[in-house]
Design a protein. Structure first.
Length: 526
């Protein structure tokens, strides 16, 4: 799949890794008001949306949640009257309504310091942007659907340039499937759809804005291989507290990553019960907060909780990020192992099924990995070869969700017991150095022990021990764990030895060298 995607990207002149370099929302922690969020078409009591978001920002600062952007869903702009058979009115004017943001989007952005992912849907045939309605731009209008489509390159340049001034970082084009299915001209032309997406991307590029596709078909995703500003696509259905929309990510992420897109999981609640949100049933809850947070992190897409004010589990949210909000994700999205994809396709052969996903990260020519295992139907084992390690390679693993068990992989691989969702397993894997040491990383406090956003270099001393170069925020406390050489009962097949942890407070430079065993200077400024 990746080789196929590489051919498409090469033909389109797009680089797979460029999405993460371009898009702020793929690198930093955010906050969401999307469908499923506490503040989706809901404000704090007796408050405007502007006041609500200011209170969210105040709470985030007090809770030390370093959000760097937020997702503004469809509640903030002007829409037309819904027609029969349509889920809602199309967009008439993509600017903030004064009843929503009385002082305008610019004032809110200045007050919070957060950039914006701005949601948009299909255009209404009555849009004031259309020349036929007294506007400045050429639009096609379809009476049957009541939709309209801009066919004027200048429109996208002006729209996104203006939006970038109030803080837009990502333009979210939602309802792509509805637009294709219901706007007749798109099904009657071989070039209209491609021209529309290309003009949108050109406008985004001119203003340094990225694009997320949502409710997209495969044709939209494939078209993005020629459009560098398109950096991500929703890879699952809308989140709702308690639903299982996280499950497709292990499969859909492979398609998205192959063609250079980050897969977006959507938001999540970080605590189980959040009373007072009128759009959700009184008994509705989120029992799988930890799983939701882990999946978001392993997707290597956006991580954006959507809690009510005062209702966040800050410690859980910060398992995904550094103190400055930098996401500590693996180097690529976690995807379902081939054996479990085959079990899904050929269930009759009796092989265990489950959501067993793996992502790897290379640092200093060393290969680290993260394995998620949930809903495993029967006891099974995953061989080193399935992780991409050479046969006989010396590899250790530590479970980072609930058991914190440490093990050394033998010829039988990594054993996985049957489990559900609340007792999911998240294993961090690491190679054993020639001197017997192994770097486990931040497994005590983060989902991903060794993230390229944190660990920049690894070295093992011939005389024993390891050195790890790390980065983060000045004053941040970083704890790196190591597995010492195996000796005694461990070498004889008995219980594994204890791991070694070294804590380091990062200097003003935000960079340090962490050493194990600790010795005289376990933490040196870089």
């Amino acid at each position: 799949m990746l080789a196929w995607g590489s051919l498409l990207l090469a033909r389109g002149g797009k680089v797979r890794a460029a999405a993460w370099e371009r898009d702020l929302t793929l690198r930093t922690l955010g906050y969401s008001t999307d469908n499923g969020a506490y503040y989706y078409y809901n404000t704090a009591p007796n408050a405007s949306y502007e006041q609500t978001m200011l209170r969210v920002a105040e709470y985030a600062a007090a809770a030390r949640l370093p959000y760097r952007y937020w997702l503004a869903d469809s509640w903030w702009y002007y829409k037309g009257t819904p027609a029969r058979g349509r889920p809602g009115g199309g967009v008439t004017n993509w600017t903030a309504r004064p009843d929503v943001f009385p002082r305008g989007f610019e004032a809110l952005t200045a007050a919070t310091g957060w950039r914006v992912q701005g949601h948009n849907r299909y255009w209404d045939a009555t849009t004031g942007y259309a020349r036929a309605n007294g506007g400045r731009y050429s639009f096609l209008r379809d009476r049957g659907s009541g939709y309209a489509l801009p066919v004027d390159a200048a429109f996208w340049g002006d729209l996104l340039r203006n939006a970038s001034r109030w803080g837009l970082a990502v333009y979210e084009q939602d309802w792509l499937d509805y637009e294709l299915d219901h706007f007749a001209p798109l099904t009657q032309s071989a070039s209209l759809g491609g021209d529309w997406l290309a003009q949108m991307a050109a406008g985004a590029a001119a203003s340094g804005v990225s694009i997320q596709y949502c409710m997209s078909y495969s044709r939209h995703v494939l078209a993005s291989t020629q459009l560098p500003p398109v950096t991500q696509a929703r890879a699952s259905d809308d989140y709702q507290p308690g639903n299982d929309q996280w499950r497709p990510l292990g499969t859909t992420a492979l398609f998205a990553y192959a063609v250079g897109l980050a897969p977006s999981k959507d938001s999540f609640w970080s605590t189980p019960v959040q009373p007072g949100a009128p759009r959700y049933r009184a008994a509705q809850s989120e029992p799988r907060c930890r799983l939701q947070a882990a999946v978001s992190t392993l997707s290597r897409g956006p991580v954006a909780p959507s809690d009510g004010i005062g209702l966040s589990d800050a410690a859980l949210i910060m398992r995904s990020a550094a103190a400055d909000g930098t996401l500590l994700s693996p180097a690529r999205p976690a995807t379902k192992l081939d054996a479990f994809l085959a079990a899904d396709a050929f269930a009759s052969d009796g092989a265990p099924t489950g959501e067993v996903w793996f992502a790897d990260t290379a640092v200093s020519s060393r290969r680290f990995g993260v394995l998620l295992a949930a809903r495993v139907s029967a006891a099974t084992a995953v061989s080193q070869a399935q992780f991409g390690y050479a046969p006989g390679a010396s590899v250790v693993a530590v479970e980072a969700n609930s058991t914190h068990r440490f093990t050394r992989l033998g010829a039988g691989g990594l054993s996985l017991p049957p489990n559900g969702e609340l007792d999911f397993r998240l294993w961090n894997l690491a190679p054993v150095e020639r001197n017997g040491w192994a770097l486990l990383g931040e497994v005590a406090h983060k989902w991903v022990g060794v993230s390229p956003a944190r660990v920049t270099a690894v070295d093992a001393s011939s005389s024993g021990g390891m050195e790890v170069a790390v980065r983060g925020a000045a004053g941040e406390r970083v704890t790196m764990s190591f597995a010492p050489p195996c000796a005694g009962p461990c070498a004889a097949g008995g219980q594994p030895e204890a791991t070694v942890s070294v804590a380091c407070e990062l200097p003003a430079s935000g960079r340090a060298l962490v050493r194990a065993p600790e010795g005289a200077s376990p933490c040196a400024a870089l």
